[in-house]
Write a protein that binds this ligand. Structure first.
Ligand code: 5GP
Ligand code: ZN
Length: 115
């Protein structure tokens, strides 16, 4: 499913240009436009899946694939040894901006404690 109003669907479809630093046809990765760390990459499923609470099989598969490929992307980015943080924001209190499931890879500095 594609949501024509969703910014990540537009990037997935190529309607908004973005350099895909990883792409396997199921998920892709782009650098965050507003990086919160020296390395800040978003891993995004092509399919428009929204909240984790939906727990539908498409979302579970897409989320699992994001976690599956994140270590290889981190290795390619050169941050596997120094470490990285994976973040999936859900809902208003998390500050989620884009309601299309995605995983943040944050790295390149000491990120400090959560919260
Ligand atoms: P969220 O807050 O939903 O977890 O994360 C959405 C992220 O997408 C934000 O960190 C924001 O900077 C990033 N973002 C929003 N629009 C664009 C865009 O058009 N291109 C890229 N590369 N990143 C975007
Ligand atoms: Zn979408």
């Amino acid at each position: 499913m594609v949501d024509p109003n969703c910014i990540f669907c537009k990037i997935a479809q190529g309607d908004i240009p973005a350099e895909k630093i990883y792409d396997d046809g199921t998920v892709f990765a782009i650098r965050d436009i507003n990086p919160k760390a020296p390395t800040h990459v978003l891993v995004i499923p092509y399919e428009h899946v929204e909240a984790l609470s939906d727990a539908d099989p498409a979302l579970v598969a897409a989320a699992a694939r994001c976690f599956e490929v994140a270590p290889a992307i981190a290795r390619d980015l050169g941050v596997a040894e120094t470490g990285y943080r994976l973040v999936a924001n859900q809902g208003p209190d998390s500050g989620q901006e884009v309601p299309h499931f995605h995983l943040h890879i944050l790295a390149g500095r000491r990120l400090g404690s959560m919260g």
